[in-house]
Structures are given as C-alpha cells and as structure tokens.
Design a protein around this ligand. Sequence first.
Ligand code: RUQ
Ligand code: CUA
Length: 656
Amino acid sequence: MIRSRLPIVALSILVLALASACEPGDTRSAMRPATNGSMNGSLTALMEARGLSEADVVAALKTYTPTGGRDEYVQFASGGHSGQVFAIGLPSMRMLKVIAVFTPEPWQGFGYGDETVDLLDSGNRNGKPMRWADTHHPALSETNGDYDGKFLFINDKANARVAVVDLRDFATKQIVTSKLIESDHGATFVTPNTEYVIESAQYPAPLGGTYAPIEDYDEKYRGAVIFWKFDREKGRIVPEESWAIETPPYMQDLADAGKRASDGWVFVNSFNTERSWGGSEEGNPPMESGASQNDMDYLHLIPWRKAEAVVAAGKTETIAGMRVISMETAVAEGLLFFVPEPKSPHGVDVAPDGEDIVVSGKLDTHATVYSFTKLKGLIDQQKFDGKDPYGVPILPFEESIRGQVEIGLGPLHTQYDADGNAYTSVFIESTVAKWSLADLQVIEKIPVHYNVGHIAAAEGDTVSPDGKYLVAMNKWAIDRFNDVGPLIPQNFQLIDIAGDGMNLLYDMPIPGGEPHYAQIIKADKLAPWDVYTPVGLNVLTDEVDPNAVTGGEERIERRPDGVHVFMTAIRSHFKPDVIRVKQGERVHIHVTNVEQAKDATHGLAIGSQNINVSLEPGKHANISFVADEPGVFPLYCTEFCSALHLEMAGYMLVEP
Ligand code: RUQ
Ligand code: CUA
C-alpha cells in the first residue's frame, strides 16, 4: 500500500492536540503517563526504537483506545467451525466476547449441567448430540432494513441449523433445525423487518432425510429455501409458522433479502447447475471440475410475500414437519425465477437502495450488477429465455443487468458505504476493490494479507451504510503474526475507508475457527443489560424461574423424584453449602445468584460431575444429575468474585 508521508512535525502536533483534548477532570487522562514537554523528541525516539513509520503512528492513533474507552462499533463475526460467534470492538479490534452458540463454552457454563444442555440438545439431528457447528453468516435483526440491535441469527452449515442470540445478554436462546435439508449456506439473512430468517440448503439431498441412490441425483435430490418465521415479541423463531420452497438440485449458495425497491423479494445464488455429484473413482469428473463446466449458473429470484400468501392458501405439502411449496407449485404460482450469473458465482449483495443487485463470479473477473427494475419488468412481461430442466423460467441475462464492473481475479463479496461506493473482496488477487455504483468503475484497490473472503463495512449491508471502517476477513495469515505452529490464526484487517483513499489500520489475529461473514453495528444501537432483573430470571425462558430462590428460603427437600437443593449464591458463599445424598439419588440443584451488582458473577462447579454453571447477577439455573458414584465431591465458585472467593465452596457427600 502507499503509505502517507505526514511530516513528523504535523504528526507531533496531532498527538499533542489529541492529548490536550481531554478535559482536566477526565479520569482516563489522569491515569495516563504525563508528557515531559518534549513530545516531539520522545515521539521521534519511540518511533525510531520501534521502527514505526508516520503511517504506522497515524494508524495507531486511529485505533488506540485509552483505558476505559469504548469502541464506536461492534462487529459480530461468525466463528467458523468453532461453532461460536465473536463480538469485536472497532476500531480497537479488541475481542469483547465469544458468544457460545452451538458448542459448549465452559467459561459461560454453556453446556455443562444446566438447561443449556437442553438448549444444545434441541439442535440434535437424528437423535445425535451435535456439539460443534460450522457458523458462516451472522445476521443482525433489522427494522426497515436497518440494524436494530435486538437479535442476532447465525447458521450452522454442517448440520443445517439456525440459532437466535438475544443481544440484551449476548446469549443464545434457541436453536432450530429441520430434517428437510442436510446442510445450509444461504443463511442467515433476514427480511427488512425480520419477518423471516432465511436458510437455504447448500448440498442437495433427498428432502426430509430419506435415502436415494446418488445416480438419482437429478430426479430425487433437491435444494430448499426455508423461511423461518421470527416472533420479535417472544424473541424466538416459530417453527410451526415457518415454510420452505423446493428448488432444483443445484448448490444454492448465499442469499440476500431485497430492500426498498426490491422489498418482498429474496435472492439466492447458486453454483453446480451442472448437477455434478463427484464420483472421481467411478469415471466421473471430480466435483470441482464437474461443477464448473457451465459459463453461467442461476441467481434465484423469489417473491416471498407472494409465496407467503400461497402458503396461507394451503398449497403446500408437509415434509419432515415443514410446509413446503413444491417446485411445480412454485413455477405455476410465479414464485421462482432464474437469471444467469457468471461464473462459479459466490454471494449476492443487494445495494442500499434495493435497486442494484451485485453478484461476483469466483472464476470471472467481473462483478455483475443486475437492475431490479429490469428483472421485475421482464418477469411482469413474462419475457423468458427458456426454462431450466425443472421448468423454472430463465430471464435473459443481457436485458437483466445494468452493467458489469471489471474488478480483478476472483471477486467474491460486496459491501457498501454512505457515498455510493461498493467494495468487493478479490480472493485470488488478495485485494479489496472500491468501485463506484454510479459509473461502475473501479476507483482504488488495496492489498490485503491474504486471500480475502468476506468483507464487512460499518452497517455495510443495510439501507443506510456508514462507511468509515471495513474489515477484510482473510483466509491466510502466513507471515503476519508470531508463529504458533502449523495451525495459524485467521487475519482480520481493519481498513479506514472514511476519506477518499483506503488505508490499512490494523491486523487482528482470530484465535478461533475461520470466520466467514461479519456484520458491524453502531455500538450505541446496542443496549445490553447490566444484570438480570428481577432476581431469579431463567435466561432461557425470559421469566422468573418457578424454582428461583430468595435469601432466607434456602433449603433441601426430599421429593419422590430426588433431592431438591434450593441454593443461593452471594459473595462469598453458597447456601446451603453441604449437600448430603445417597448413591443413586437424583439431585436437582436450583441455584440463584441473588446479587444485583454489575459483574458480581459466581460460578458453580462440582468436581467429577461435569457440572459447571455460570451465574451472572440475578440469574437462576437448574441443574439435574444422578449421584451415581459414592464419594466426597467439593463444590466451589469458579469466578474470583471477592477476597474470600476461595472460601466460596462446599461439599456434596454421596453416601454409598
Ligand atoms: S461464505 S467466505 Cu459462507 Cu463466502 Cu465463506
Ligand atoms: Cu463467588 Cu468466587
């Protein structure tokens, strides 16, 4: 990249100006080391000692966040096959939280003994516990096409699941899955008022989890796009009100919901319209070449409001408990159209006005810009260029597009800013290209390190993007960080897009799974709780738990179904702190953290029982297990909550 060569004097003035901008009463400035009056000299010496250029110092000043300072944006990034979601502050690039979603996360007590085990089990498939996921695309809930900061959705590509995270406590509340499909990728994407969460299949399979020989691929294998109905009041997906559309056995890829001009439509791109299914040892081309023969695949266009009416009219069949509009019905009712998209496309990104729809081909050098007005006009006039083998009408390519942008080798994903620019990641080139939506010309490119997948700009896929920052989510990080062995971190690169040029500000290693997509929300749109109120809240039902315990009510009761321990946690004791049971008895611990002080979290761990719950202030948890081994099992608090934290302990005695 081209480094800006600010004169050092100007830089020093900038530093001094920033330093003196703090009010005298600012506690943060009081905590900072005093300047010695020769800032110029010391800054130069420091730069020399650390080998920093002026551009480095400018980047540092733009990202450094003093102690106690807050970030302007929060980025939610998928955690790839860690199964989690990462919350990261921007511009500091500080990791704020790993949100446990599909994978047990001990420090959150997620998946060890309490109702979070049931939550994880609700995502089981074929009765098998699923304790990992491949999370790809987070979606913030939207109101009128803008992030509203209330909920976050995330998919699991490997096991076709969708989770709901409540942003009041940054905690997972629900996992849904349908046996209709076996994997997903076009997930999660929301309609502009979060009426639906979209999950489309990736790898075709017989719908409903049945068997069919792979030679019957064309006839029996199918894709589907699921529209999960979201109930904002309850903060939950309602599976009974959800439905799906059957699609041909192409590999449906990413999706996006129309907005503004294209509100009411959903776009799903696809590859492998060749319907290659591999079989390299059986005389077939391997999947990678079999699936990239055609010059064009199909962008799928679905008018979801119209489809919703067809579902309401009962024109569906039920497969694996899901109401499904068959392909035949979809074609007859005008619910599915194709338009060709070049070549091995990946991703479809609707521009803020909803009029432009951008698709890039991994094996093409262009970004193709479709015009929604043109697409809609062709559909209204029934002007088709034939049908695919399943009878789905195909719109003429040339008449559907506004133009193509010559981007470079391997364009992938596109985001937008506030000034009518688009940004496209260019995988093979390892660059991000900025281009103008108005004249479809590339303005500038910035190199990134290396093999960028998705990019995320601040509110960059809403109706009103902010610009300012863009994060390149790079797949490789070969020479970026201290070596840690052959498995190395992912690399997020923060890019300043506020001015005319793009400037690289910061590299952040992601020590987790490979994040695919992220969304970046203005931090002041988030209003997370400080503590759970009222005390005794069950954080999965959002209600005071019927077994919540208040101070003075602690007790142990023997009931036909086992020993019930009603326990409170408060600095620095559990009450009761001795639990006596007989071998083989079922133990139910109902424990409430009765504190309301911010950050006064306790944990309850019981040795050798695989029990470990996190009790944030006000939270109630129910733990149930069989004390099947006799012995003496210490229990203790896992959070260093006070000076007497080590004393916050007790015993479970299991008498033979
Ligand atoms: S996809 S970059 Cu799910 Cu683009 Cu991975
Ligand atoms: Cu409570 Cu440590």
